[in-house]
Design a protein around this ligand. Sequence first.
Ligand code: G
Ligand code: G
Ligand code: MN
Ligand code: NA
Length: 254
Amino acid sequence: DAIEQALHTALGREEFELNFQPIFDANNLRVTAIEALLRCNHPQLKQAGPDKFIPVAESTGLIRQIDRWVIEHALSSLAQLQQRGFGGVLNINISANELHNEQFPSHISTELGKHNISPAAVELEITETTLIDADRQSVSVLRRLQDIGVNIALDDFGTGYIGFNQLNHYPVNTLKIDRSFVHAIGNESGQKRPMVDVVLELASIFDLDTVAEGVETEQQLLRLRKLGCNFLQGYYLARPMPLTELLKFLEQHG
Ligand code: G
Ligand code: G
Ligand code: MN
Ligand code: NA
């Protein structure tokens, strides 16, 4: 198919690129983490965006090459950030696919060593829907990743239907609250409190860190801070940007 062809071409021509979006401490608005986001300059994929081309990459098996590319470039960018004094965490999105790849934890370990990066400086994001499907093998891969010392975040949290019990047993450090909950803030007609409050309470029961995604207004920021959300990410605070811009941004906001 057309997207698959374009992915092959893009991989061959190094047409991928990472953008970086800062994540802020909700209380003092310091940058505590940065999420790496994949972009592709191939004309067809630029249009489509990762939402469209990642699923194609997953179904064709190209995702492993893409994930490798992302990890390699994310870690070398993190090494540059650290040289400029950044002491926070880099969040890297990985495909569900890797949870069925027994070699994945040792690949991460090798790459961390190669770039001389401490595992605690990395958080791997997997989508909640992925974890719902988790079988023994994926849980054991996640556990091995945590044993190495990297953090695990559940992305788009609240869009799936993960159970209490699962949350208790899965190796997870952080919940990234889906932006639909953030957008609902202020529109909770007939509800006593916003849904996001329920998610925050759930996180506190399991002693998990919380990141609110898609923060676009000051009202949302103030509300999330008041409700005790730990970290904030969204256009109101900073958009995803290339590394050179990020370095300037950090100089101004460090
Ligand atoms: O950045 P953007 O909003 O276009 O991202 C859309 C989706 O693509 C998000 O759900 C995000 O998790 C996913 N995504 C972005 N970058 C990567 C990446 O490097 N690897 C994987 N597997 N998914 C990514
Ligand atoms: O699913 P994941 O959280 O990985 O997706 C991250 C995507 O969300 C990025 O592609 C980024 O461009 C997008 N994003 C980041 N901040 C905002 C925001 O404030 N509003 C919206 N609508 N999208 C955002
Ligand atoms: Mn993400
Ligand atoms: Na998300």
